[in-house]
Design a binder for this molecule. Structure first.
Ligand code: SF4
Ligand code: SF4
Length: 74
């Protein structure tokens, strides 16, 4: 799938401790953040993400970002 145009929420696992209460999973209004392997959160359905940025603003470790799709730049 190379045609995705909008920015995408990225959880940077290396920056995620994770926090005890898994804040991001708890606050996501779409319920698309779940506990994945290694007891760290994963986004299970990108197409449902509204990019509300609640997860970004509440993550105490700033492990979540909204990133532009990386287009092959030569
Ligand atoms: S931006 Fe909003 S909808 Fe998307 S994963 Fe974060 S909290 Fe959920
Ligand atoms: S809120 Fe941040 S630190 Fe806590 S589980 Fe989610 S990504 Fe990890």
């Amino acid at each position: 799938m190379m045609h995705e145009q909008s920015p995408k929420i990225i959880i940077n696992s290396s920056k995620c401790p994770p926090c005890k209460t898994l804040i991001c999973a708890g606050v996501c209004p779409m319920g698309i953040i779940e506990l994945g392997e290694n007891q760290k959160p994963v986004i299970i359905d990108y197409s449902s993400c509204t990019k509300c940025a609640v997860c970004i603003s509440l993550c105490p470790s700033k492990a979540i970002t909204l990133e532009e799709k990386k287009i092959n730049e030569k």
